[in-house]
Design a protein around this ligand. Structure first.
Ligand SMILES: [Mg+2]
Length: 254
């Protein structure tokens, strides 16, 4: 599998396999494995990894680590982003998949598994929600912005309204399609590549902006050798709003 379209289809197939794997699940409680791991995480991971590896792709999953690292295209997977929401019946949780090659993120699919909303993006090919092109809002200042947070800010730094929704991949996609104006990770370095890479490509292809609060790289190149290093992600509808949001995020650390 090398063409971007074929990779994109494999990502959709993996997300669909997760949906069907979870459709009969009655017990959404803890897995009994890692302390923050749910049964849904384990089932979703097995479904996604099976589809992706049979499609000839490498995998780097939050739940099961690295599969076939020698393959030229590797998919960074969060089988369930927002597992706690899923366990509580809150309809904001997703499967996030981002295929990475030597050129960086190549294709991404983020599916809200509670509602079925499907975000996709291809490098240089734009971003879509349920097949329709998306674009961010035109908001340029925090004073006019609805901002989503991961973690919580220690004080008001100028937003108009805020939300804290519990699934970063979907929060980023909501910035990409104009439902939110910005996203700010208020916990220090809390997001891993499987949380943000899919939503990041959807944002950049839609025309929204994504940055790391301390200016660190978001994609480690070299055949998609993305590590588990955490990052502090800020995303915004416009470049002006991104600059203000990054300043606000830095001010929270002072
Ligand atoms: Mg997860």
């Amino acid at each position: 599998v090398t063409s971007a379209d074929a990779v994109l289809q494999a990502l959709h197939d993996a997300a669909a396999a997760v949906a069907s794997g979870l459709s009969g699940l009655d017990d959404w409680g803890p897995s009994g494995g890692r302390p923050d791991q749910y049964r849904s995480d384990v089932i979703a991971d097995a479904a996604a990894v099976d589809v992706l590896t049979r499609a000839g792709l490498g995998v780097y999953s939050e739940e099961s680590g690295v599969h076939h690292p020698q393959r030229p295209v590797r998919v960074v997977v969060d089988p369930v982003d927002g597992s706690t929401n899923a366990s509580r019946g809150l309809p904001w949780w997703a499967t996030s998949l981002c295929a990475v090659d030597a050129g960086g993120p190549l294709a991404a699919v983020v599916v809200n598994q509670a509602t079925g909303a499907r975000f996709e993006a291809v490098r240089g090919g734009g971003a879509r929600l349920d097949g329709r092109p998306i674009r961010p809002s035109a908001v340029t200042s925090m004073g006019a912005a609805i901002v989503a947070f991961s973690g919580y800010p220690s004080r008001h730094v100028g937003w108009l309204q805020y939300r804290s929704l519990g699934a970063a991949a979907l929060d980023l996609c909501a910035v990409a399609c104009g439902s939110l104006d910005a996203f700010v990770d208020c916990a220090a370095q809390s997001l891993a590549p499987w949380d943000y890479l899919g939503g990041m490509l959807v944002c950049s292809e839609a025309g929204a902006s994504v940055a790391e609060a301390d200016g660190r790289e978001l994609v480690l190149t070299g055949g998609g050798a993305v590590g588990g290093d955490r990052r502090t992600i800020v995303a915004a509808a416009t470049g002006e709003l991104l600059a203000e949001a990054v300043r606000a995020r830095r001010a929270l650390s002072e």
